[in-house]
Every structure is written in C-alpha cells, then in structure tokens.
Design a protein around this ligand. Structure first.
Ligand SMILES: Cc1ncc(COP(=O)(O)O)c(C=O)c1O
Length: 376
C-alpha cells in the first residue's frame, strides 16, 4: 500500500474548471469575479452578514484584533492547545497572550479556565474549534459578554461543524477560517474573516488594502496598513470546494465512523468526542492513548511511520514550546493547565485525508492495534 499521508484534498473536474476559468479571464477589471461569488456563498453558508477572503487565517486573526482596537498591554486569552497561528497575531499587535486550559472531553477551551484567566486587561478571547470539534460556545460567549470581552472564533479547522444548531464560524464579533492545503475545504493557502458588524467589516476592508478608503484619491492612501488579498485562482478553487461542501463533510464523518468502528473494542484509546447537540466534522481524526500503554506520541509516530503511516503529534501546549520559553504567561500556564499537559503527550493525529477508503482506515487501525499489543 502507498504511504498514507495525514491529510489530502478532494479535487474534481469542477475545481479544475473553475480555476482554469479564473486563470483564463479573471484579470484587471474582472479580477474579483470569483472573490465576490466565494465571499457571498461563504457568508450564506455560515449564516453571517459579511465575509472577506484573505490570504490566510493568520491574517484574518491579525485583522480581527486590529479592527477590534486591541493593542499594546492588552491581554487576549487563547487555549493552550492550538496551532501557534491562533496566538501569533496577538504579538503582531503588541498584546499579550494568556494561555487557558482545555476541556478534557472536547479538547477545546474550558469555560471555567477562560473565566479564571480574565483580568482588567483582558480585551478578547480566541476560542478554537479544535480538530473540527467545538467548545461550549454559548457559555464562552456569555462569560465574554458579562466581562465586556470581544470574541474571535477560530474556526480554522471546523468548516461545517455545529454547536446547538449554529454553524462553526457563526459566533463572536468575528470568526475566521483557514483554507490551507490540509483543510477540509482548501484553496492551497487562504482564509476568510466573517462578521455581522458593519463597523468591523468596513474597517477590515481598509486595513487589508494598504489603508485605502473607498473615496481616496488614487495612490493617496489615508493610512499605512496591510496587503492581505487572495488571488482569483484561489477564490475560484474555494468556490468549487464550497459547492461540494456537504459531500466533503459527509466524507470526513464517514472516515471517522470507520475509525470508530475499527477501534471500538480497543480499551484505552479515546477518539474525538461528539457531544449531543454538537456536529463534529473531524478535521483531524485523533487518538489519545491511555497512559497505561506507556507509549508517548513521539514513539507512536515513529512506529506508525515504519508501516508507511504518516501521523502528527497532538498539539504541544503553546506554553511548553521554545517560542514561549521565557514568556511570563507561559510560566503561569505550565502550572495551571493540567488537562493540556495530561492529554498532549499521548495524542496523535491519524491519517484523515479525503482520499481515504475503508480499507486504508482498516490498515491504520490494525497497525495501531498491533502496536498496542506489543506496547510495554
Ligand atoms: C486552529 C488554527 N488557527 C489558525 C490557523 C492558521 O491558518 P493559516 O495557515 O491559513 O494561516 C490554523 C491552520 O492550520 C489552525 O489550525
């Protein structure tokens, strides 16, 4: 069997046709044809008023923070378990990241830990819809509202997920998505910022276009800002993928169901959780081993690799990585975030690409079972 990669897109003739069309005719005055369609369809899909296509989700978080007026000295709470992209833009604006613990079941931001991290300097929270799951967004938004804190929902990994009937990306002052090559809906690289607030929408449009106001004289910019734009080819690819979104999500859920079935009888493996009322779209199918196996993620990844299976470590707590070695907030988080530090050493993302078949999933599951039988 060929090497099983951890992720991989689903590209059909539709994607090839749309991108070919964009590269053939969408230039100069027609350059935004696909952006307009993609943004409109995306906003409708998520159920928000405005959507702005961007070069990445990282830029969407950066612009969200800027538009919300967050800057030097302000604190922004993020879960300790996430990709560094959720936290890096906090530094771009000169603010301070505060790392809160996660919930033991959803692996997303714990509402209790979030509330305990709030200080008079807290200006925003960035809950992350980790691996396609969702935190208790109702509770998080209530706490944020009570304390006057802005919410940026990081839905990078969760297109199509739902919490109590509301789509991922439907919460907060802004929400953000990633269309990186590993994502369920991909544009190669790319992102989207969504909001219902007219003021934030208008501000982001200016910030992402070198500070040009709609009525500015040509080349006579009102302020110094950023250049964050997606290309027509990416927007065309995104539109084609969005038109197939139900198929892509159904596939992800099917792949998860194959894993769940194949691993059901193995004791001491916890897969992604789906709470009643949440729809999980399982961006990364993840296994956390019971510590009784005495098999840490790095060792498991090496063993799977020998059998041609690519896997990835469950995110390390941000407070534990070299980038934050000397950060005072990381020191506090290392002492506080018991769940992050208990789960992370034993978690592995298994192959989750849209190319997978039931046979390939069975091969991964059987290999994993074999490894566990031999575990010390
Ligand atoms: C949770 C999370 N936030 C943000 C990002 C950043 O996305 P991008 O690579 O599009 O900037 C990612 C991407 O992997 C992510 O997983």
């Amino acid at each position: 069997m060929e090497r099983l990669l951890v992720s991989g897109p689903s590209i059909t003739q539709k994607e090839i046709d749309y991108v070919t069309d964009a590269v053939t005719r969408c230039w100069y005055s027609d350059a935004n044809i696909y952006h307009n369609k993609f943004e409109k369809a995306f906003a409708e899909y998520v159920g928000r008023r405005y959507a702005i296509a961007l070069p990445s989700c990282t830029s969407a978080i950066h612009l969200s923070l800027l538009a919300l007026g967050i800057g030097p000295g302000d604190e922004v709470i993020v879960p300790d378990i996430t990709w560094i992209a959720s936290a890096a833009p906090i530094h771009y604006v000169g603010a301070i990241p505060v790392f809160a613990d996660i919930d033991s079941k959803t692996w997303c931001l714990s509402a209790e830990s979030f509330e305990s991290c709030i200080t008079s300097k807290t200006k925003a929270v960035i809950p992350v819809d980790l691996y396609g799951n969702m935190p208790n967004m109702d509770q998080l938004c209530q706490i944020a509202q009570k304390h006057g804190i802005a919410v940026i929902e990081d839905a990078a990994e969760a297109i199509g997920s739902e919490f109590n009937g509301k789509q991922a990306g439907g919460f907060g002052d802004t929400s953000v998505f990633s269309f990186h090559g590993s994502k369920t809906l991909t544009t190669g690289e790319g992102g989207m910022l969504l909001t219902d607030r007219e003021d934030l929408y208008q501000r982001v449009l200016v910030l992402r276009d070198h500070g040009r106001l709609p009525d500015d004289k040509m080349f006579f910019n009102s302020e110094v800002a950023y250049k964050y734009k997606m290309s027509s080819m990416q927007a065309a690819l995104g539109l084609a993928q969005l038109e197939r979104i139900e198929e892509l999500i159904t596939r992800k859920r099917e792949i998860f169901a194959w894993y769940a079935e194949s691993l059901a009888e193995v004791e001491g493996i916890t897969l992604n959780y789906e709470r009643l009322g949440t729809k999980n779209t399982y961006w990364m199918i993840t296994a956390i081993l019971d510590s009784k196996y005495n098999l840490k993620k790095e060792a498991l990844i090496t063993l799977l690799d020998k059998d041609g299976i690519d896997s990835r470590p469950f995110f390390f707590p941000l407070s534990s990585i070299p980038a934050y070695a000397n950060h005072p907030q990381a020191e506090l988080a290392r002492q506080r975030n018991k769940i992050s530090y208990t789960l992370s050493p034993y978690g592995v993302n298994l192959p989750s690409g849209l190319y997978l078949t039931q046979e390939k999933v069975a091969y991964v599951a059987n290999t994993l079972k074999g490894i566990l039988q031999l575990a010390p």
